[in-house]
Write a protein that binds this ligand. Structure first.
Ligand code: GUN
Length: 266
């Protein structure tokens, strides 16, 4: 099923599930920047939440808020039992330590899945695995190649693929071209998040049965493009736009419900 249709159906299921809950699930977004990309992401998150009946509050702080004051604000939300999730939108201004902030968010409310003790998976990797499962992707003993080693996508995605019993290889910007070709030619699942427009193209060989998951978002004069060229000769390739971005947004809603159920159970 196409990602757009899959997300639509999943959202319909969420609307039904949320309408049957006694307490409305809610989360807070904290923003300490005026970054246009962040504004767009936040707008999307609020729209998605409203669509499925989740309450969301945006707390926008002045750019010169001190780290200590931001940590206090986080603590307030951590201790507020009416709020089930908390996102601190990245990037943060230079005088605030992002790692410290990620650790300050209670693992129970960390719907980004950034905290090392969080049982919640980061949104993009989770969205990808959930979608591939819905497509009945065979993981066991399959060769999965993750291109890119970021903390937010590459590493956690490799971890989740390993949990699904794939043979996982992480490649990155320093991988030699000849090795890249060899791994890609043998891969059953290729997930690319390397931030290079159309890096995967016809110059590589692919298994015709392979799946390519394109996490790239490259803004070009011709519009948004992925890290993989469109129409590669494989069985399944996720589009950009209208692909992984939608899965990431869906995961945030599911993560909030997971946090909600943890909270209500505790
Ligand atoms: N900035 C860019 N992507 C993200 C994200 O997924 N979560 C947060 N908190 N900030 C971001």
């Amino acid at each position: 099923m196409e990602i757009k249709e899959y997300v639509k159906q999943q959202k319909e299921a969420l609307i039904k599930e949320i309408s049957e809950l006694k307490v409305t699930p809610s989360f807070v977004i904290m923003q300490v920047n005026d970054d246009p990309a962040s504004n767009a992401y936040i707008k999307g998150k609020i729209k998605d939440a409203n669509e499925v009946g989740i309450q969301v509050e945006l707390k926008k702080f002045p750019i010169d808020i001190s780290e200590a004051d931001l940590l206090k604000e986080i603590e307030k939300v951590n201790n507020d039992s009416r709020i089930h999730g908390l996102i601190v939108q990245m990037p943060l201004p230079k005088h605030i330590n992002e790692e410290k902030v990620k650790l300050a968010v209670s693992p129970k409310k960390d719907i980004d899945g950034f905290h090392p003790l969080s049982s919640i998976n980061p949104c993009t990797p989770k969205g990808i695995i959930d979608y591939l499962k819905s497509e009945h992707t065979d993981f066991v003993g399959k060769n999965a190649v993750v291109i890119g080693r970021s903390n937010i996508v590459g590493k956690p995605l490799a971890h989740l693929l390993l949990k699904e019993n794939c043979n996982v290889t992480i490649l990155h910007s320093k991988t030699k071209r000849e090795d890249m070709e060899r791994y890609i030619a043998n891969a059953d699942i290729i997930a690319i998040a390397i931030g290079r427009c159309e890096f995967l193209d016809d110059s590589f060989s692919y298994k015709p049965t392979a799946t390519i998951v394109d996490v790239g978002i490259n803004r070009t004069e011709e519009g948004l493009k992925g890290d993989a060229k469109r129409g590669l000769p494989v069985a399944l390739q996720t589009p950009v736009p209208g692909g992984v971005g939608l899965l990431t947004r869906l995961s945030l809603l599911k993560n909030l419900l997971e946090a909600y159920h943890h909270e209500i159970k505790d």
